[in-house]
Design a protein around this ligand. Structure first.
Ligand SMILES: [Zn+2]
Length: 255
């Protein structure tokens, strides 16, 4: 699998794009502002979108993506996989006919170009040679992390989360976990804000990393713009024995 990081920032600003990663050429995990840099032909090959949750930094690009599919390319629908609560939020607050057209009923209700697919914790969705497994994590709204497995190994994406009891057993059950993309949004000086907003900070993340039995590449994501270096320094200082790096836009991971 080829995993291209289109956006991994916790906010906007020159050069920063929010959460989106392209798996091979046809699947997105999250649809933040990072998808806006894709070439048109690359946008047109996307057929599946797995969302971690409904927060805007993870879905901001989805309305434009849907519009592109509708305008240029409607041969097959765009499948959007997410928790029921996330799909309902999209329907009620984005694709509601006010903010944006209801593409789940266009061009017709029986043949829409946007198809909502409920994906609940514990579900596996197989697309081609890849198994996407959804895992419950702990954020301020219902959120999923994903593990993605193929014959070459597995990678995992945490979604937005604070310390939780659900992700780590799933990661430990992944025998060939090669890559872990995990969020850490705020530095330790903002630990209370991190806790209140359902995010890791370096001290809570490194404590949970001690529970991981495997030694994957660990890539940090979701950092607030301007705080990246501080966060990386705090994480690597607290877990010097781990293979930890900072994700950046354009990084390509291979599993
Ligand atoms: Zn969030």
């Amino acid at each position: 699998m080829r995993i291209q990081i289109l956006g991994c920032s916790g906010g906007i600003g020159a050069g920063s794009r929010t959460s989106a990663m392209l798996v091979d050429n046809d699947v997105l995990i999250d649809a933040g502002t990072g998808i806006g840099d894709l070439e048109l032909e690359d946008i047109d090959s996307i057929r599946h979108v797995f969302l971690t949750h409904a927060h805007l930094d993870h879905v901001a690009g989805l309305p434009m993506l849907a519009d592109r599919v509708f305008d240029e390319n409607f041969k097959e629908p765009l499948n959007v996989y997410a928790r029921e609560e996330t799909l309902r939020a999209l329907q009620d607050h984005l694709f509601n006919g006010v903010i944006w057209p209801d593409f789940s009923k266009l061009p017709s209700a029986h043949n829409p170009m946007l198809r909502y697919r409920v994906c609940s914790p514990g579900d596996t969705v197989t697309i081609g040679h890849r198994d996407f497994y959804a895992v419950d994590v702990m954020h301020t709204v219902p959120t999923l992390g994903y593990t993605v497995q193929n014959s070459g190994g597995a990678f995992a994406v945490s979604g937005d989360t604070k310390s939780n009891e659900t992700l780590w057993p799933v990661l430990n059950a992944c025998d060939d976990l090669r890559v872990l993309v995990i969020e850490v949004s705020f530095p330790d000086e903002m630990a209370q804000l991190a806790a209140d907003s359902g995010h890791y900070c370096p001290s809570t993340l490194t404590k949970d990393l001690e529970r991981l039995h495997h030694s994957p590449e660990i890539w940090l994501t979701g950092m607030k713009p301007g705080e990246e270096e501080t966060i990386l320094e705090q994480v690597t200082k607290a877990a010097p024995q781990k293979n930890i790096k900072m994700l950046s836009r354009g990084t390509v991971l291979t599993v």
